[in-house]
Write a protein that binds this ligand. Structure first.
Ligand SMILES: Nc1ncnc2c1ncn2[C@@H]1O[C@H](COP(=O)(O)OP(=O)(O)OP(=O)(O)O)[C@@H](O)[C@H]1O
Length: 527
C-alpha cells in the first residue's frame, strides 16, 4: 500500500504463524497468524491484512485435497461476522475461507499442520464464549410450526439454519408440528436428557406451548431448566428480537434476524429466563415468558390475524385500524412495584389457603410440588395493602418481561437480559389521545417512547400484578395466545427457565471483519 505501517496493529500474542495459500483464489502465498482472539491474513505483498474475530467463528475443519496426487493440507474456517450495508443495521453474514499448505513434500506432514491450525482455531473460538458445539457436538430437538408467520418457516430453516448447524457440527432432530398443542404434549413426554436444548423455529406461540408443556411435567422443576432457543419463524417474533438485542446485535428482522439467532444458537450459552406464573379466576395456571396484554395490543394482535399473509406489516395495518376506532375497557389493575417488593420479600408465603402454596419442600415430594407464588393471595381476596391499585377506563394494558413486543417493537428498552426479574407494566387510560398513541407506536420502533412526554401512559416495573376487567368482552392474550378475558394475576419467577443467549453488555456496533496493516516484522514471529 506504500503507507506507514502502524505498529500498534501488530499482534503481540501470536500462537501460530505459517505460510498458506488461499484457495480457490490465485494461490499466492500469505502468512496466517493466530492469536487468542483473532486470525490475521497477511498477504506477502504489501497489501493491508484482514483479520477475523474468533468469536465470530462457527466451524473450522482440516481435510485433504480430492486429487490423490495433491500433497497439500487444507483447512476451511467459517465466520459469521457483522456486515453493514449502507446506512442499515449490522447483521451477521457467512464468510468462508479455505487455506492450503505445502511446506514439505510429505503429504502427512502438510495434513498435520492443517489439522493443528483447525484444532487450535476450534479450541480458541470455543474459549471466546461458553461450551461450544465445535468441541462437544450439541443435540437439539427442533420444533417447527410450518404455518407460523407467512408459512415459510420450513424453507427458511432449510436454507438458513441447517447449513449453519451442519457446519457447527450440531446434531438435531426436526419435528414439524401438524396441529396446535402437539409441541406442548411432546415436551411433556420427552426424555429430555436426549437433548441439550429445545429449539423453536416459529413465533412466540410455539414457545408458549413448550414452556407450558415443560411446566406441566411432574418433574417440572428440573424440566424447566432445559435450555430453550428461539429461531424466528412467526409473525411477531418478540422473544427472538429480544434475544438478538441482549446478544448485542442491532435491531433487524426477517432472514437477518434469523441468521443472527442461528448464530446465537451455535455460539451462545444458557442464560436465566424469567417466567411469569399466572392464575386465572377458574384456577387455571399459565406460564408466560413474554407478555400479558389486554386492550389495544391484544386487539391488534388477534384482529390482524386475517392479514397474516402480510408478515410483520399486519401489525401496522392492525394498529391503524384500531386507532381509527379506539376502544377502552373498564377495570382495575393492582400491582406490587419492584422497588417495594425488594423491601417486602415473601409477604404471603405463609398465608393459609394460598392456592399455590406447598406444604413440604422435602425432595420426596418434589414431583408433586407446584410452583409457589409467594407474592400472591387468592384472586377472590383483596390484594395486600402495600400493593397499588388503579381503577379506570383503559385503552391499553401490557405486562412485558422481555425487551421486545415484536421484531420492530422495542417496547421495554431498559431490559438488558432475559432474567432480570422485572415485569414492565404499561397502561394507558382512555384520556390518552390518538396522536399520543401514534407517537407512542412510532417511537417504540426505536425504543425512544419513554423519553417522550406521553400523557396518560404509565410505565412501572413490578414483580406481581392483578388485572380485573369489569366485563368479559375484550381480548386478553398471554404471549400472543388468546385466553378468556377475566380476572387474572401473576408474579415473576426470576430465572426459573433457561434460554440460549449471548453475553450482555457487549455492543457489536461496528463490523468485526477488519482490515489491518502489519509491519513486516510481524511475519517473523514464531509459534
Ligand atoms: N401445525 C400447526 N397447525 C396449526 N397451528 C399450529 C401448528 N403448530 C403450532 N400451531 C399453533 O399456531 C399458533 C401460532 O404459532 P406461532 O406463534 O408460533 O406463530 P405466529 O403466530 O406466526 O408468530 P408470533 O406469535 O411470533 O406472532 C400457536 O398457537 C401454535 O400453537
Amino acid at each position: 500500500m506504500g503507507e506507514a505501517h502502524d505498529s500498534s496493529n501488530v499482534p503481540n500474542d501470536v500462537l501460530l504463524c505459517d505460510t498458506f495459500s488461499q484457495v480457490p483464489e490465485d494461490g499466492s502465498a500469505l502468512s496466517l497468524l493466530l492469536t487468542r482472539t483473532q486470525l490475521f491474513l497477511q498477504s506477502l505483498s504489501e497489501s493491508p491484512s484482514t483479520s477475523f474475530q474468533l468469536s465470530d467463528c462457527v466451524s473450522c475443519r482440516a481435510f485433504r485435497g480430492k486429487d490423490p496426487g495433491d500433497i497439500g493440507g487444507y483447512f476451511t474456517v467459517i465466520f459469521y461476522p457483522l456486515q453493514r450495508t449502507l446506512g442499515a443495521a449490522t447483521y451477521r453474514t457467512r464468510i468462508s475461507r479455505t487455506f492450503r499448505t505445502e511446506t514439505t513434500r510429505d503429504r502427512e506432514q502438510n495434513m498435520n499442520l492443517a489439522k493443528t491450525w483447525a484444532q487450535k482455531i476450534c479450541q480458541l473460538s470455543g474459549e471466546q464464549g461458553h461450551p461450544h458445539p465445535l468441541l462437544s457436538p450439541a443435540r437439539y430437538l427442533v420444533l417447527l410450526n410450518p404455518f407460523g408467520g407467512t408459512g415459510k418457516a420450513l424453507t427458511l430453516f432449510e436454507t438458513h439454519v441447517i447449513p449453519m448447524l451442519t457446519e457447527a457440527n450440531a446434531h438435531f432432530t426436526l419435528l414439524v408440528t401438524e396441529r396446535p398443542n402437539q409441541a406442548r404434549e411432546l415436551v411433556q413426554e420427552q426424555d429430555l436428557s436426549t437433548w441439550d436444548a429445545i429449539v423453536v423455529m416459529s413465533g412466540d406461540g410455539l414457545m408458549f406451548e413448550v414452556i407450558n408443556g415443560l411446566m406441566e411435567r411432574p418433574d417440572w422443576a428440573t424440566a424447566i431448566k432445559k435450555p430453550v432457543s428461539i429461531l424466528p419463524g412467526g409473525s411477531g417474533n418478540a422473544l427472538a428480537a429480544s434475544i438478538n438485542h441482549y446478544s448485542g446485535h442491532q435491531q433487524v428482522k426477517g432472514t437477518k434476524l434469523l441468521t443472527n439467532c442461528a448464530f446465537i444458537l451455535c455460539k451462545g450459552h444458557p442464560a436465566p429466563l424469567d417466567i411469569v406464573s399466572l392464575t386465572t379466576s377458574s384456577q387455571q395456571r399459565i406460564f408466560s415468558f413474554l407478555s400479558l396484554a389486554w386492550g389495544f395490543v391484544s386487539d391488534v394482535d388477534i384482529e390482524s390475524e386475517k392479514y397474516r399473509f402480510m408478515g410483520y406489516a399486519r401489525f401496522s395495518i392492525g394498529t391503524f385500524i384500531r386507532l381509527t376506532a379506539l376502544r377502552s375497557y373498564r377495570g382495575r389493575i393492582s400491582y406490587l412495584p419492584a422497588i417495594s417488593a425488594s423491601e417486602n420479600k415473601d409477604t404471603t408465603s405463609n398465608i393459609p389457603g394460598s392456592p399455590n402454596s406447598v406444604n413440604s419442600s422435602s425432595s420426596d415430594n418434589i414431583k408433586t410440588q407446584v410452583l409457589e407464588d409467594s407474592l400472591l393471595v387468592p384472586l377472590d381476596q383483596p390484594v395486600p395493602s402495600h400493593w397499588h391499585t388503579v381503577e379506570d377506563q383503559f385503552v391499553l394494558v401490557l405486562a412485558l418481561c422481555q425487551s421486545h413486543l415484536g421484531a420492530e417493537h422495542f417496547t421495554a428498552p431498559m431490559v438488558e437480559g432475559p432474567g432480570e426479574g422485572n415485569i414492565h407494566l404499561f397502561y394507558a387510560t382512555s384520556r390518552i389521545s390518538r396522536i399520543s398513541l401514534i407517537k407512542l407506536f412510532i417511537a417504540m420502533e426505536k425504543g425512544t417512547h419513554l423519553d417522550e412526554e406521553i400523557p396518560h401512559l404509565t410505565h412501572v416495573p413490578v414483580v406481581a400484578f392483578r388485572i380485573e376487567p369489569s366485563e368479559s368482552t375484550g381480548i386478553m392474550t398471554v404471549d400472543g395466545e388468546v385466553i378468556q378475558c377475566s380476572p387474572i394475576q401473576g408474579q415473576i419467577h426470576q430465572g426459573l427457565g433457561r434460554v440460549i443467549s449471548m453475553g450482555q453488555g457487549k455492543s457489536y456496533d461496528t463490523p468485526t471483519v477488519t482490515k489491518t496493516v502489519f509491519t513486516n516484522n510481524s511475519r517473523d514471529v514464531q509459534p
